[in-house]
Design a protein around this ligand. Structure first.
Ligand SMILES: NC(=O)c1ccc[n+]([C@@H]2O[C@H](COP(=O)([O-])OP(=O)(O)OC[C@H]3O[C@@H](n4cnc5c(N)ncnc54)[C@H](O)[C@@H]3O)[C@@H](O)[C@H]2O)c1
Ligand SMILES: [Zn+2]
Length: 349
């Protein structure tokens, strides 16, 4: 078993091992004196994995119930959280009891938010089952939901008591979501780790997915623990995301996934950095090649002016300035504040 220790205000461990899902009960028991555990999961993941988790929790002595919501980002809203609260209250969950988030990032964000707020905070364990959730959303303590006005506008920081990653769950994940998660995997190589980027170039990430997940989680852990509340370094994790979010928005969050948009964003910003002499020549080509290898696009029909306009509405844009994440080379990144008005010119080259 691989273990990544996270030393935030409230330290916890991320465990990575094949088959771990069947031992989720024992792990939970070693960390919690709870009598009851509520598993929150979505309608795709429930039929695949809920019984393995419930059986394991019951064997470890937990009384259990499940809350299943309709899969998809459209469910990540306050109504669904209200439904979860109802399940928790009906099950007479106390402050000592446990919530288990079983699923992708939507499940983790929403169950985590319910855990952060129900009775002013109860313990929760993350069992991320999508690649994106395993390498990104389950680490860092951000929880929340979308509003009609925009994504992730309501939330709380709430650290889990543990994250249990079973890479075997990826065997049932649709291909499109594997690529989606690979965009974040590539991002970690770009911003922090050239040797890891080379490994992704040289080998097939899925041949040694445990090590890949461990590397990603460790990078995110390092960045987040140096900057728990997102004042500075954590912004590096937004590499490719300023343009990525703009592209997602321009496509109405439909035909293009988050990872596809981020892949395009990484390629475009690397290209722009090269044109300005900021990014080492050749970086953009390598990023494009790697994205292709993992089924991700690197261009889009949106124009620089459309993207700049869409970026204006991004909650990450601080007033009239924007924090762009740029690469000096593969594996080395930094933040450059530029006036929002200059974004279009910056990416036009
Ligand atoms: N909290 C954070 O720091 C953070 C970071 C990045 C993204 N996010 C959030 O994560 C969400 C996206 O996460 P996601 O891509 O995992 O979305 P998701 O939870 O909707 O999962 C993607 C799809 O895969 C299905 N699925 C998940 N695991 C499966 C499995 N093992 N087998 C078969 N199907 C499976 C789901 O039912 C869903 O249809 C967004 O809401 C985003 O805002 C949060
Ligand atoms: Zn992302």
């Amino acid at each position: 078993m691989k273990t990544v220790h996270v030393d935030t205000g409230r330290p916890y461990d991320i465990f990575i091992e094949r088959g771990l899902i069947d031992r989720s009960g024992e792990t939970a028991r070693s960390l919690s004196g709870a009598r009851r555990a509520t598993v929150v999961t979505d309608s795709n993941v429930a039929p695949l994995y809920q019984w393995r988790v419930l059986n394991s929790l019951q064997r470890a002595g937990f009384e259990t119930t499940t809350h299943i919501f309709r899969a998809g980002e459209a469910s990540k809203r306050l109504d669904t959280v209200a439904d979860i609260y109802r399940t928790l209250a009906d099950f007479r969950m106390t402050r000592k009891d446990l919530i288990v988030a079983l699923g992708g990032g939507v499940t983790g964000d929403m169950a985590g938010f319910a855990a952060a707020t129900y009775l002013r905070g109860v313990d929760f364990i993350q069992i991320p089952t999508s690649l994106l959730a395993q390498v990104d959303s389950s680490v860092g303590g951000k929880t929340g939901v979308d509003l009609p006005q925009g994504k992730n506008l309501v939330g709380a920081f709430h650290q889990p008591v543990a994250v249990l990653i079973d890479p075997d769950t990826l065997n049932t994940l649709p291909e499109k979501f594997l690529s989606d998660g690979m965009a974040e995997v590539i991002k970690y190589g770009c911003i922090k780790d050239e040797a890891f980027f080379e490994l992704l170039e040289r080998e097939n990430a899925f041949d040694n997915i445990e090590a890949v997940i461990e590397t990603c989680v460790s990078i995110k852990r390092d960045v987040v623990s140096r900057d728990e509340r997102e004042a500075g370094e954590r912004m590096l994790l937004n590499f490719g995301h300023t343009l990525g979010h703009a592209i997602e928005k321009l496509h109405g969050y439909t035909e293009i996934t988050h990872g596809m948009a981020v892949a395009v964003g990484m390629a475009l910003i690397a290209r722009a950095g090269e044109a300005k002499g900021i990014t080492e020549a050749g970086a953009a080509d390598r990023i494009e090649k790697l994205c292709h290898k993992y089924g991700l696009p690197v261009s889009d029909e949106c124009t620089p002016s459309q993207m700049a306009e869409a970026a204006r509405g991004d909650k990450k844009t601080a007033g009239s300035e924007i924090n762009l994440v740029l690469l000096s080379r593969i594996g080395e990144s930094f933040i450059k504040k530029i006036p929002l008005d200059e974004l279009e010119a910056f990416i036009s080259e």
